[in-house]
Design a protein around this ligand. Sequence first.
Ligand SMILES: [Cu+2]
Length: 433
Amino acid sequence: MTPCRSSSPERTSAPRLPSPPQRSPRVRSMQWWSPPLPVVLMAVVLVAAGCSSSAGTGAPGSGGDVQSTTGVAYESTGTGPMVKPTIPQTPSVPSDFGQLQCSPGAPLKTADPAPTKRSCTRVFHLTASAFEQKIANFPVQDVMVWGYNNSTPGPTLISYAGERVQIVLTDNLPVPTTVHPHGLHQPNTADGVAGISQPDPVMPGQTHTYPSFVPGHTGTFAYHSHTDGPVQELRGLDGAWIVLPRAEHSSVHVNDDYMMTLQQFNPEAVMSGMPVANKLVNGTLDVPFPGGTGDFPLSTVNGRTGDASGGPITIHKGDVVRIRIYNASQNSHSMHLHGHDEVLVAKNGHAVPPVRETTQDVAPGDFFTIDFKADNPGNWIFHCHFPHHTANAKESGYNGAPVGMTRIFHYAGSAPVPVQYFTYQGQSSMPAP
Ligand SMILES: [Cu+2]
């Protein structure tokens, strides 16, 4: 087979980039938006599918070099001038660009790509611990979860194509743990599978520095505990990891880019039949399966049910909006957007020929990227289509509204979403026991 031309920025001269805009410029046409689809897209995908892998091109480092060309760099599939990628946001969850450690020089905290002519490593510090997080308004609120840096899902890690990355994990849990980069091309010594690739997990109170490596491709990926998965992953030790291109063709550029991690939780108090007053706070987590039904009572996007999301996601008419989905839960979820075509543009770090979908079934561990054109003002829900997953312990929200695994897109200028939606079923305070 014919080796692919590497998309690594270390092999190509850096494109000239415009200054970053306050908001991403609106793009009049997307490849999937201006039929017929450019032939070039399919050609690139087909050529890439026949590529063979090749040796890495990244800078030497402690972790071995795993940069490969087996992945289709997303930025290589478009047309038009090169622009800076839109920085993704994760509603309710912080983003973490880590620390850039370049030699020589002090570590930098920066959202910009590492200089290609310096030897730099982007280092992410993750601390696993147990803490309370408000994951719903009802029938529980604050639940004891496990997560990274006091958040479940953990902070969304953001790095750039060709950068060397590294995780430093501190275990503040009462049990041993590890962290696994999911979907990246890490060396085996950085794989973080307890008892196999990492025979001895990180012990409580200890810090472990994993070998650095260069991820093999851009796209949406994740990190999660790979120790005692039925307990640790389902209590919340998951997070997204996005590897951005340093630049992308304007034809694949989006205005708004949102990361959404799907999780399901089983607070013990929800299922135990305790009086409502006792269910409202301080639920502990009982995993893996509740009540023998296989149904998890609370389904969330970014660690919150729709009613506890704090408000809608505001978008603007004319925008192209990207949603990156990571399913960190035990079950598949059929993610459906009202009022718009959702266009599948990438799966698991690889661009795919755009496909218009109504509902996208996302399996556990999958990453799907969908785009939509904001051309239909109003308040639109994006939700799992399993009815139990759009309720909190089978209870609906304000006036029967879907909650659970739901987020609302609100067009600027449209009527506001009723504030009662973001409360306990329309009541301004918790009901008396
Ligand atoms: Cu679902």
